[in-house]
Design a protein around this ligand. Structure first.
Ligand code: FES
Length: 165
C-alpha cells in the first residue's frame, strides 16, 4: 500500500476534527474525504474509526455500501456510463465498448497515465434520457458511441493544448 503524503493526512485530520462532535459524523467525514482527495484511503478510515469509536471494518462497510465512495484514486477525468436496464436496452454497452477502446481503460478502472477513469454505474435516475453518461459531473442524455467518444476526444485535445491541473 502506497503511503499517503503529508498534505493528504493533514486534510484528513482537519476533516475528522471538524466533524468529530456532529451527529452521524462517519458519513459526513467520508463525504468530505471523498470530495477533497477524490477517494477514501485506508488511513482515512482508520482515523475516522478512531474518532467515532467504531472499528475500521465498520467504516469500511459504510464505504462499500455507498456507490459514491471509492477506495481507489480516480483519474483526472471521470466518465460514468449507465448500465441500468433502460440505458442498456438503448445501447449503453456499445458506448462503453467505444470508450474503452478510445481511452484504453478497463471498466471501473483508470488509464495508465491517470487521465481517465471509466465507471459503469447502475441506474442514475434519468432513464428518460437513456442512454445516459456523466463526464466530469456533467450529465449527457440520449447519447451514442460517436457522441460520447467525441466529447472525450475534445477533453484529450484540450489536455494536449493546455494541461489542466
Ligand atoms: S437506466 Fe440509466 S438512467 Fe436509469
Amino acid at each position: 500500500m502506497e503511503k499517503l503524503n503529508q498534505d493528504a493526512l493533514k486534510k484528513i485530520d482537519a476533516i475528522v476534527e471538524k466533524h468529530h462532535s456532529e451527529p452521524g459524523p462517519t458519513i459526513v467525514m467520508l463525504h468530505d474525504v471523498q470530495n477533497q482527495l477524490g477517494y477514501i484511503p485506508f488511513e482515512a478510515m482508520e482515523k475516522i474509526a478512531a474518532s467515532v469509536g467504531s472499528s475500521v471494518a465498520e467504516v469500511y462497510g459504510v464505504v462499500m455500501f455507498y456507490a459514491g465512495f471509492t477506495t481507489q484514486p480516480k483519474g483526472k477525468h471521470v466518465v460514468n456510463i449507465c448500465l441500468g436496464t433502460a440505458c442498456y436496452v438503448k445501447g449503453s454497452q456499445k458506448i462503453i465498448d467505444a470508450v474503452t477502446e478510445l481511452i484504453k481503460t478497463p471498466i471501473n478502472g483508470t488509464s495508465e497515465d491517470g487521465m481517465f477513469s471509466l465507471d459503469a454505474t447502475r441506474c442514475l435516475g434519468a432513464c428518460g434520457l437513456a442512454p445516459v453518461c456523466v463526464i466530469d459531473g456533467k450529465v449527457h442524455g440520449n447519447t451514442n458511441p460517436g457522441q460520447v467518444t467525441e466529447l472525450i476526444k475534445k477533453i484529450i485535445e484540450e489536455e494536449k493544448a493546455s494541461p489542466r491541473a
